[in-house]
Design a protein around this ligand. Structure first.
Ligand SMILES: [Zn+2]
Length: 345
């Protein structure tokens, strides 16, 4: 995961990278934010920390990022770095010897498949069993102590991510507290959650909290900047349906990461609703295309005759992306169906 893959959070990310650059890394931090962004930020943070050739952009919106190419980046991106340890809520089991360690392969698959943006409900569904009590238990805490006392394989940082620490039982919380009280050298612990409610005050006081912006607020600005031009470019091509150009635009959309693909669809679907409403009310709708004629003409294409079909088309595309369908096929199908729907105004 690189910072460039994260929607918004630019100020926070720039502060993080400058702290890392200055070598003042805090050994225990809590990354507090929506599920769709907290884990991605935590993973991008560790990747930057360990990157062998971090990249700096003079005056760019994002001032620094991991290279994405070095061996360390590749190992962290595939979650196969031997010094990255993950603790997360896992199912109850009669045997005390079973712990989060035994669910590592599934949890890694879950993170990779969802671009680290899954919620606890998604994890529950991913495991596909009837589990009501996903928890972090004493056995998991014992595992924390064990892994943190091992020598780092790669000679660099030992990294521990505790996902959903608010789901620790008290025995596990006390064990973690001990680890936080006696920090080990070259060790970084990141607690990742969407809330710190119910977390021991003694734990909270020992971690530096990094509060991310709510995703809804981030989206509005990031969406306009990133998705506005993509959307207008795509809509123009739907009229002419020039295959070569459309395929190139679909490639651009499919190159976004999964979360961004979903945001794009939600954004586009929201803009279609706006067009419909302004058209129905006889008001202008500014698409921000930079072309007055297009801005004036396009909303007229969205009427009572096709708005429901358009809603369904976007819902279907979102569903496909959510189920990991091939992005190019999903965007191409979306394009054909939209092109057809626009003719039925
Ligand atoms: Zn790198």
């Amino acid at each position: 995961m690189q910072f460039k893959d994260i929607v918004g959070q630019r100020d926070i990310v720039n502060r993080l990278t400058s702290v890392i650059d200055s070598g003042r890394v805090s050994h225990a931090q809590m990354v507090l934010g929506d599920a769709s962004v907290a884990m991605p930020v935590a993973l991008a943070y560790l990747q930057y920390l360990c990157c062998e050739h971090p990249v700096h952009h003079e005056g760019g919106e994002l001032r620094a990022d991991a290279c994405g190419e070095c061996p360390s980046c590749k190992k962290l991106a595939s979650l196969m770095h031997p010094d990255l340890h993950l603790i997360f809520p896992n199912p109850p089991n009669g045997s005390s010897s079973v712990s989060a360690a035994d669910y590592q392969p599934q949890y890694r698959d879950f993170l990779l498949e969802r671009h680290a943006a899954g919620s606890i409900d998604d994890w529950h569904a991913f495991l596909g069993t009837d589990i009501k009590t996903l928890m972090i238990r004493e056995r998991d805490a014992a595992h924390i102590v064990e892994v943190l006392n091992m020598k780092p394989y790669e000679g660099g940082w030992r990294m521990l991510i505790v996902w959903k620490p608010t789901r620790m039982n008290s025995a596990a919380a006390n064990e973690l507290l001990k680890t936080l009280e006696e920090p080990l050298p070259q060790t970084i612990i990141l607690l990742v959650d969407d809330t710190d409610e119910g977390l021991l005050a003694t734990i909270k006081s020992r971690v530096q909290t990094l509060r991310l912006q709510p995703v809804a607020a981030v989206r509005s600005q990031a969406e306009r900047d990133l998705f506005g031009p993509l959307l207008v470019g795509w809509l123009r091509l739907l009229f002419k349906l020039k295959m070569k150009e459309l395929a190139a635009q679909v490639d651009k959309l499919a190159a976004l990461n999964r979360e961004q693909q979903k945001f794009f669809m939600q954004y586009a679907s929201g803009v279609m609703r706006e067009c419909f409403l302004s058209n129905a009310a006889g008001l202008p709708c500014n698409l921000g295309s930079g072309d007055e004629r297009f801005d004036a003409q396009f909303p007229k294409m969205i009427t009572v005759n096709n708005i429901e079909t358009i809603d369904t088309i976007f819902d279907d595309a979102l569903y496909a992306i959510d189920r990991n369908a091939n992005a190019k096929i999903a965007f191409m199908e979306l394009s054909f169906r939209m092109s057809k729907a626009l003719k039925k105004r």
